[in-house]
Write a protein that binds this ligand. Structure first.
Ligand SMILES: [Zn+2]
Length: 275
């Protein structure tokens, strides 16, 4: 699933291509992709308008229009957003097409069909469950070691589960959490409330490093992810633990191990991460 670095890369690559082009048509081929409106309402809000800014909050892409409306897109498991010439053959699993001036299409293609599109007016964040309750952005100034410590304090859940909780830290998922914990030398199953101050400082720094490197390499393509130009990411070549079960740890040479935590695979080094 696209995490913060992937959604940020999509935001940056789409921005170059879709801003300030009037919206001339909309085709919804999978109506359930629209959560809080129907095609008619969407057309009323979007036709003749254009996108003026793309923002990101956690894993949400927020497309601001030259009106009071915003389109909020969440790609979930397998969603991809691509910009192609309007006469490009429509891929199987295309959920929605937005036709832009100069014969360009913004398309959401989604094999698993979990991706969602919401239409918001004003700053009505509360209308989207999950958006208004998001935790701090890992690269913003208010994401401090003290903030991270407060999120972990007293929690009996594994540190990994707390980091995946979007209400604690926005935008992290399985890949970047595993990578952050490895760099910080912390076992993913360690009880969150038992991390020491030193460990929390290392974890804070590792999260920021991993997210920055992920963005610098235009995200990680493990399965489906491509950016707004259809290109794969580059960070998969630099992963130290995620998806590397049995391969040697880049730090100590010990084979990387995998365990299930809360139903999800966690990759870690038994030596570096003290298990
Ligand atoms: Zn190691």
């Amino acid at each position: 699933m696209p995490e913060l670095p992937e959604v940020e890369t999509i935001r940056r690559t789409l921005k170059e291509r879709i801003l300030y082009r009037p919206i001339q048509g909309i085709d919804v081929s999978y109506p359930k992709v629209l959560r809080n409106c129907d095609q008619g309402q969407l057309e009323k809000a979007l036709l003749g308008r254009c996108f003026t800014r793309l923002d990101r909050r956690g894993k949400y892409l927020v497309c601001c229009l030259d009106s009071e409306y915003r389109l909020v897109i969440h790609l979930r498991m397998t969603g991809r957003l691509v910009v192609v010439p309007i006469d490009t053959a429509v891929e199987k699993h295309t959920s929605i097409r937005i036709h832009l001036q100069e014969d360009l299409d913004l398309r959401l293609v989604d094999q698993r069909k979990f991706a969602t599109v919401d239409l918001l007016s004003g700053r009505d964040w509360g209308a989207i469950r999950g958006l208004e309750s998001l935790g701090k952005e890992p690269l913003e100034g208010d994401f401090t070691p003290g903030y991270l410590a407060a999120q972990l304090a007293g929690r009996r859940a594994p540190v990994k589960s707390v980091l995946l909780d979007q209400r604690r830290v926005a935008g992290l998922g399985n890949i970047y959490v595993d990578e952050s914990l490895h760099r910080a030398g912390i076992f993913p199953g360690k009880t969150a409330g038992e991390l020491t101050e030193k460990e929390i400082e290392r974890l804070h720094q590792s999260i920021q490093e991993v997210i920055k490197e992920g963005i610098a390499h235009r995200g990680t393509t493990f399965r489906d992810y491509v950016d707004g130009e259809g290109r794969q990411g580059g960070f998969q070549a630099l992963l130290r633990v995620y998806g590397r079960e049995g391969e040697p740890c880049t730090t100590c040479g010990e084979p990387i191990a995998r365990i299930k935590l809360a139903g999800r695979s966690s990759f870690f080094c038994p030596r570096c991460q003290g298990k």
